[in-house]
Design a protein around this ligand. Sequence first.
Ligand SMILES: Cc1cc2nc3c(=O)[nH]c(=O)nc-3n(C[C@H](O)[C@H](O)[C@H](O)COP(=O)(O)O)c2cc1C
Ligand SMILES: Cc1ncc(COP(=O)(O)O)c(C=O)c1O
Length: 222
Amino acid sequence: MSDTTPLDDAQLADSVLPAGADPFALFEEWFAAAQVGELNDPNAMALATASADGAPSVRMVLLKGHGAGENPEGMGGGGFTFFTNAESRKGEQIRANMQAALLFHWKSLRRQIRIEGPLVEVSPARADAYFHSRPYKSQVGSAASDQSRPLAQRQEYLDRVQQVWAAHEGEGQVPRPAHWTGFTLSPRRIEFWIDRDNRLHDRREFVRDGADGEWADTLLYP
Ligand SMILES: Cc1cc2nc3c(=O)[nH]c(=O)nc-3n(C[C@H](O)[C@H](O)[C@H](O)COP(=O)(O)O)c2cc1C
Ligand SMILES: Cc1ncc(COP(=O)(O)O)c(C=O)c1O
């Protein structure tokens, strides 16, 4: 027989996602909690892109810049930035269709954030600065990789790694390949989801028309 004990006060409590909140401030709050509560890569997020004809694909990337202070190519309005090889599968999809969706799921916190909007490429200066802030080994690994293209055998990649390593060891940094860059998602929709017992979850979405638009928010049925 099903459990028919009455819902308790915690389950019947009102939403903890405040109406009229600033979604960037709420993101910062949750992201800070994730730094403490999530064991590995609290900045890991799923990045969904789609081909020109609308076929979706998704993979994990790391968030490397975020918040109201992000300034996608001078349009302002904040954003969420990741870096990648623009000749990869995702890079080709982004070139064909400059929009994406991001998903954070912090399992230990039982929280999810979904973010959607157009993408803007970061400036070459920012891509350089980020690329060179990475450890030498990571610079080498990225520069030696034709990300997402077929590799006949792993040794081929390892040989390239050795070559790039030797070529730039003296300077201690690798020139950033022109195709290694970053993209900032300018959010048009941000949704916060928090687990509540018995699937009586709590969701609030924030939407705006453009990078300079006002946020409007609403609760959503779980
Ligand atoms: C936790 C995690 C973080 C990752 N971060 C990145 C990243 O920031 N940039 C990146 O290009 N690939 C990253 N990867 C690898 C991607 O998931 C993916 O394998 C790669 O980018 C190729 O994707 P694509 O074929 O769709 O272009 C990460 C993988 C994991 C599991
Ligand atoms: C291929 C690749 N590029 C980039 C990153 C992002 O991390 P970082 O820039 O800190 O190396 C990752 C992380 O897993 C990765 O696998």
